[in-house]
Design a protein. Structure first.
Length: 294
């Protein structure tokens, strides 16, 4: 199985895939990054940054702005620690039971369309046939991996290199439950959407990158929400409730204990920062002073 299946199939990857299906045309803007300082009651200063699960050189270049923050903290907090054991567990969780096949689940016509779209990524029908519908959707939506060194991984490796303690806000089991908890019919709807959008994926990925590089939380949130009308209701509900709101609530439940103890760098997907249920607004409600650094 391709390295990218084990490497990219994470909650952030699926967020990127779903968001890419929502995009319309936006201008490319200079990268700013999303960096906030976080502090409460005179406690240690920490940082909250929004990342994007991407190997794009423009996105990776933001590491120059993020890296100095690691020098100021003792702990780096990520959504899920991307170590080898975790990635193997994620890869294994994408597979259907031995007595099932994707071809039988979706039918010959749909599987043929999926195979044709996935052939551009070097994926064989034999591999696709073993994947769960949500995993096939994610795989189809991600570009072919060149290095496997996306921004989140670079931050993780840099933190290890600087001998910082790395903590995950979620476990692999918790993240995978978001996928596997998706109703089977909703998984099939998501896969259908990805197949239909496959020809537009390169353009949509560029547009998603441009919105992220704009470094504007309100733009990111407004951009995604404004495009929801074009998605099936079942995907919109899952995206809002399962992928964002419930996970944001879990993160906000765990972050105060980390932030009150020592200097921390929290690195999560940019969409988790935005909106009323996002981490910026949520931490402010919990009494933290959260200020845009630049």
């Amino acid at each position: 199985m391709r390295t990218t299946i084990a490497t990219y199939l994470s909650i952030r990857a699926l967020f990127a895939v779903v968001l890419m299906t929502l995009l319309s045309s936006w201008p490319v803007m200079a990268g700013q990054g999303l960096i906030y300082s976080v502090q409460r009651d005179g406690g240690p200063r920490s940082y909250l940054i929004g990342t994007m699960h991407s190997e794009d050189e423009r996105v990776i270049a933001l590491l120059e702005r993020f890296a100095p923050l690691i020098e100021e903290v003792e702990v780096v907090v990520v959504e899920m620690v991307p170590d080898a054991v975790t990635m193997l567990a994620v890869g294994a969780a994408t597979l259907l039971p031995a007595d099932q096949s994707l071809r039988r689940l979706v039918g010959e016509d749909q599987f043929g369309a999926l195979s044709e779209a996935a052939s551009q990524l070097g994926l064989s029908p034999d591999i696709l046939n073993r994947l769960k519908p949500w995993a096939a959707a994610v795989t189809l939506g991600m570009p072919a991996s060149r290095t496997g060194r996306f921004l989140d991984m670079e931050l993780y490796l840099l933190a290890l290199g600087r001998q910082r303690r790395v903590v995950g806000l979620e476990t692999a089991a918790e993240q995978l439950a978001v996928f596997d908890g998706m109703a089977p019919d909703v998984q099939l709807v998501l896969l259908e959407e990805m197949i239909k959008n496959a020809p537009q994926m390169p353009k949509q990925l560029e547009e998603l990158t441009a919105v992220y590089l704009a470094g504007d939380l309100e733009l990111i949130d407004r951009f995604a929400r404004a495009q929801y009308a074009g998605m099936p209701d079942s995907i919109v509900r899952w995206f809002d409730e399962q992928l964002l709101d419930q996970r944001n609530a879990r993160m906000l439940n765990r972050l105060p204990g980390l932030l009150d103890g020592t200097g921390v760098l929290v690195a999560v997907g940019a969409m988790h920062l935005a909106g009323d249920s996002g981490l910026v607004a949520g931490l402010r409600r919990l009494g933290f002073r959260v200020e845009r650094r630049y």
